[in-house]
Write a protein that binds this ligand. Structure first.
Ligand code: BES
Ligand code: MN
Ligand code: ZN
Length: 494
């Protein structure tokens, strides 16, 4: 999908389809008015006859209007002007691309940033570009006969007045975000028999090849052994696939600038191990590497942007499998930090690989560390599929992430990291247990990680509810790539 910005009058702009808004009650947006005038009141007539209500997200497609240069005109209902909000805005954008993709138009010109579709032109532009890419994304690469790719290939954000200078930069960055998200989604959707730790490592090495400012390194199990990563290695024991510890170093600023480290959970399949999961929907545990995939997508996006910042991606990746060699409930392991862990449930494996990756991250002398993980089913119960869970040991960092989430509509909700929860991890035999019981399961998982992140500023994102969709629309969402890239863009701009 390609994007551009263009100033021009709506009736004269040549395109496969020009999109203009109509308010509920029949008031035309400025771009619609120009078309109405050129087409001898064709739009006003339609509205007067009740063919277009202007109700939020309603659409009407018109062909070859006289006096209009575009082959088609898509009218989109904007609802009542004073009732527009982020949600109706997104509904309007979604309806627009559904309707556009039902036409054979190869390109479209959207008059939506200057009037009507939202309060904030930058926000609307970002969401429209993300929606266009989402509608064009295909997940059928493993079908013997994949569907045709989308015909709609080029979106022009058209404006009547001179577009704000900032829009162009925002659009270029958002285009990079859509490509990063596509990488994240493609990797996440791959099944566990293809997307193994070795496969993820190969993808990371390929990213390093494609971008000269990314350096990828892959550590093997013997290296992890030497580093004392007993916790990480305990998870991979039952698997025939070798575990990998991937690091990607993106150098966009002065070497001396401390990096932001992104740590992504990369369990390429989570059976639960000896604490085996029930069979229903277990296929979805191929998505247990979505944190890792979001790190790769984010690294690609910022490398394309050439962001002036140093960022390191750290990806601990392995399978969680049962076998004769697998770790058993009650086993005690020593983490790289020296702290010992009683593994009471082998299905709480994400924190076991993350804690060693977090300790390892200190070696980059980080300014900030953010881990991203499909960590707990409890997070899905708490926040559903709307917000990712956010924890941080510094409130300013939490606020920055919350703001970046709002800017991209890839939102997070902060949860407490209070000391009061820590005793739930007490163990009679080791420094801590790896589970804290059913109550507050998302919080105790974060509290576990907090024991390994005392040396730096840190945030944890639990993306269990937001990284993929289940049911008929099963598929990865590409979240939280928009959030992470926006946070990094904001930092680079500071
Ligand atoms: N990968 C899962 C978390 C998960 C489950 C994400 C379902 C999305 C949907 C994680 O490894 C896990 O199994 N967590 C356990 C922790 C429990 C044993 C303390 C869970 O959430 O049940
Ligand atoms: Mn698990
Ligand atoms: Zn897991």
């Amino acid at each position: 999908m390609e994007f551009s910005i263009k100033q021009g009058s709506s009736e004269k702009l040549k395109s496969g389809c020009v999109v203009v808004g109509v308010f509920e009650g029949g008031k035309l947006s400025a771009a619609a008015q120009a078309i109405d005038k050129a087409a001898k009141h064709a739009l006003s007539d339609l509205i007067a006859q009740g063919d277009m209500s202007g109700k939020t997200a309603s659409t009407l497609l018109l062909h070859k209007l006289p006096g209009v240069a575009a082959e088609r005109v898509l009218l989109v209902g904007l609802g009542k002007a004073d009732e527009l909000n982020n949600k109706t805005s997104l509904d309007i954008i979604d309806a627009t691309f559904k309707a556009l993709n039902a036409t054979p138009a190869k390109d479209a010109a959207l008059y939506i940033t200057d009037e009507g579709v939202g309060k904030d032109a930058v926000w609307v532009l970002k969401q429209a570009a993300l929606s266009a890419a989402e509608h064009a994304f295909r997940a059928d690469g493993l079908k013997s006969k994949p569907a045709e790719p989308a015909t709609l290939k080029h979106i022009t954000f058209a404006t009547l007045d001179k577009p704000a200078a900032a829009l162009k930069n925002v659009l270029e960055q958002t285009a990079a975000v859509t490509r990063g998200m596509a990488l994240t989604k493609t990797l996440a959707n791959l099944p566990g028999n293809i997307c193994t730790p070795t496969y993820l490592a190969a993808q990371a090495l390929a990213l390093g090849k494609a971008h000269k400012n990314i350096k990828t390194t892959v550590l093997e199990e013997k290296d992890m052994q030497k580093l004392g990563m007993g916790s990480f290695l305990s998870v991979t024991r039952g698997s025939e696939q070798p575990a990998k510890l991937i690091t990607l170093e993106y150098n966009g600023a002065d070497k001396k600038q401390k990096p932001v480290v992104l740590v992504g959970k990369g369990i390429t399949f989570d059976t639960g191990g000896i604490s085996l999961k029930p069979g229903a929907d277990m296929d979805e545990m191929k998505y247990d590497m979505c944190g890792a995939a979001s790190v790769l997508g984010t690294m690609q996006a910022i490398a394309e942007m050439g962001l002036k910042l140093n960022v390191v991606g750290v990806i601990p990746t392995c399978e969680n499998m049962p076998s004769g060699k697998a770790t058993k409930p009650g086993d005690i392991v020593t983490s790289m930090s020296g702290q010992t862990i009683e593994i009471l449930n082998t299905d709480a494996e994400g924190r076991l690989i993350l804690c060693d990756a977090l300790t390892y991250s200190s070696k980059f002398n980080p300014d900030t560390v953010i881990d991203i993980a499909t960590l707990t089913g409890a997070c899905v119960i708490a926040l559903g599929h709307v917000a990712s869970g956010l924890f941080s040991n510094e409130d300013k960092l939490a606020q920055e992430l919350i703001a970046a989430g709002e800017q991209t509509h890839d939102r997070v909700w902060q949860m407490p990291l209070w000391e009061d929860y820590q005793p739930l991890l007490d163990s009679n035999f080791a420094d801590m247990a790896n589970i804290g019981g059913r109550a507050g399961g998302t919080i105790t998982a974060a509290c576990f990680l907090a024991r390994f992140t005392k040396d730096y500023r840190w945030a944890h994102l639990d993306i269990a509810g937001t990284a993929w969709k289940s049911g008929k629309d099963k598929g990865a969402t590409g979240r939280p790539v928009p959030l992470l890239t926006q946070y990094l863009i904001n930092r680079a701009n500071k």
